[in-house]
Structures are given as C-alpha cells and as structure tokens.
Design a protein around this ligand. Structure first.
Ligand SMILES: Nc1ncnc2c1ncn2[C@@H]1O[C@H](COP(=O)(O)OP(=O)(O)O)[C@@H](O)[C@H]1O
Ligand SMILES: [Mg+2]
Length: 268
C-alpha cells in the first residue's frame, strides 16, 4: 500500500484552542487507516501534548530521544495493526526548533526517513500564531484549519490564515467546521470566513467538511478511547469518515504534484 516518496503531509491547525483539532487529527487517522492507508501521527502541540491522553497512553520515549542514538522506529507507538503509528512529543520539544542547524538537520533527516514510509503524515498543532506553530503549520504540503461556528473562532482562524498567507506565502487552506448543530450552520460559518479571506487577502479557501456537535466526542475523551473505536457509528464518526474519504481522493489526485519530501523543502 505504501507508496514511498508520496507521503501526503497535513497539519491540523486553528486560531483558537479547544475547537477539536486533536480529536480530529486522531480520528481522521483512524478513518484513513480504515480506508487502507498508512500513516504517522505526530503530536506537534508542544505546549499541551495531549494526544497521548486521548489514547490513554504514557509513552516512555518521544521525539526528543531522536537527538540521541535512538532510531525513529523505536520511538513510534503502533496504534493499529499495519501502518498506523504515533510519534509522541514532549513539553521540552519547543526548544528543538531553536536547535543549532546541524542538530536540527540530523533530526529532520531522521524524521524525513520515517515519514516517507507512510502514505500520510498528520501533525496535530497547538492553537494560535506563535512562531513554532507557524513553522509547523507552514511545513506540510496541506493545511487543515479547524473552526467552530463561534464568532471568536472565525476571527482567530482568519488571523492565523492571514499570517500564514502574508508572512509564509501559504495559499492552500482546507477548512473543517467542527461542533456545528447543522449543515446550514456549518456552511454559514465557512462562508463568513471564506468571504473575509477572499475580500481582504484575495485568497480562496476550500470547504473540506463539517463535523456535527456530538456528545459522543466528549464521552470518548472521558473514556480515553478514540471516537472511531468508542462509537464507530455516531454522527461525528460518520462525518469524520466522510472527510477522510475526501482527503484520500485529494491525495490520489495530487499524488504526482506532491513534493518528494513530506517536510523538507529541497530534498533529493
Ligand atoms: N464534534 C464535537 N462535538 C462535541 N464536542 C466536541 C467535538 N469536537 C471536540 N469536542 C470537545 O472539545 C474538546 C476539545 O477538543 P480537542 O480536540 O482537545 O481540541 P483542540 O485540540 O483544538 O484544543 C474535547 O475534549 C471535546 O469535549
Ligand atoms: Mg489539541
């Protein structure tokens, strides 16, 4: 299944915290895996690394161990039988981005070799527009911005898109509206954001999908079991599968255009 050199890297970002990024990153992972795809999920929320909490895991190694002799394969945690792994983060990891160039390129080299073995790399990001978040958001080939219908979510996500667009020359954004009561509410929220992006940034953004507000999400978090395992047929799980199907179609369509490295700008 794994097609080396065509790893599709996607970051999951948002302007505001608590909009559902971590749950989406994790469950989109399970949904893509159900479709027969292989993937690595990277916890890149350096401040509040909580993917391990949602998984009920306490990994003994994390990305920081890659600075030593440890191989990437021994740091990743398998989440499913074939080809779905998790690469844990650590709170000290913020300093990794400030490492000197030699150490940084050693780390990136190890990560790159790992990521290339999978169809997808999904990065779960922290909220906001700190330099670390911005560099993680700009690195992958594709960006998902998660919003909710709340006005503050719209203004904060617009701020995030604006910096990525004006300071990092990023122009491809996929929007997921989470915690919507209805399709209509989701479309309205998307339209308001899309109009602002179009009007002020001359930037078209794409509607990737919506996830209903569903009490099963909170229940699954409480049980520390991923939603797609906890309540596989609930509304939010079905919505997430629908989005995964679109992502998978998109990867197939873009396959030939995808840069050879999922994270390095100029690699051979
Ligand atoms: N679709 C949804 N329906 C209901 N509650 C949700 C939904 N998505 C997320 N939540 C709630 O929001 C909380 C925060 O989600 P999380 O994924 O940790 O957000 P973030 O990573 O953006 O901070 C979850 O613990 C859950 O209770
Ligand atoms: Mg999170």
């Amino acid at each position: 299944m794994t097609d080396s050199n065509t790893t599709f890297s996607i970051s999951v970002a948002s302007g505001k915290g608590g909009v559902g990024k971590t749950n989406l990153a994790l469950n989109l992972g399970f949904a893509l895996h159900e479709l027969g795809q292989t993937l690595v999920l990277l916890d890149a929320d350096l401040g509040l690394a909580n993917l391990d909490v949602l998984l009920g895991l306490s990994p003994d190694k994390n990305i920081q161990d890659l600075l030593g002799d440890t191989s990437a394969e021994s740091v990743v945690v398998p989440l499913a039988k074939d080809g779905f792994v998790f690469l844990p983060s650590a709170s000290g990891v913020a300093e990794l981005v400030e490492l000197d160039e030699d150490v940084q390129s050693l780390l990136l080299g190890k990560l790159d070799a790992l990521f290339r073995q999978y169809d997808y790399l999904i990065l779960d990001l922290g909220a906001g527009i700190s330099p670390t978040v911005l560099s993680f958001a700009a690195m992958p080939q594709e960006r998902i911005v998660v919003i909710t219908p709340e006005p503050t979510s719209l203004t904060d996500s617009y701020a995030l898109i604006k910096v990525l667009c004006t300071q990092h020359q990023i122009r491809n954004f996929q929007i997921i509206v989470n915690m919507a009561e209805s399709e209509k509410e989701a479309k309205n929220a998307f339209t308001r954001l899309a109009q602002a992006c179009e009007h002020f940034l001359n930037l078209p953004v794409n509607f990737l999908g919506m996830v209903h507000r569903d009490p099963m999400v909170t229940e699954s978090v409480r049980h520390q079991v991923p939603l797609l395992k906890f309540a596989p047929n609930c509304q939010a799980a079905r919505d997430i599968r629908e989005i995964a199907r679109k992502i998978s179609e998109r990867r197939n369509r873009l396959k030939d255009l995808i840069a050879r490295s999922p994270i390095l700008k100029s690699s051979v």
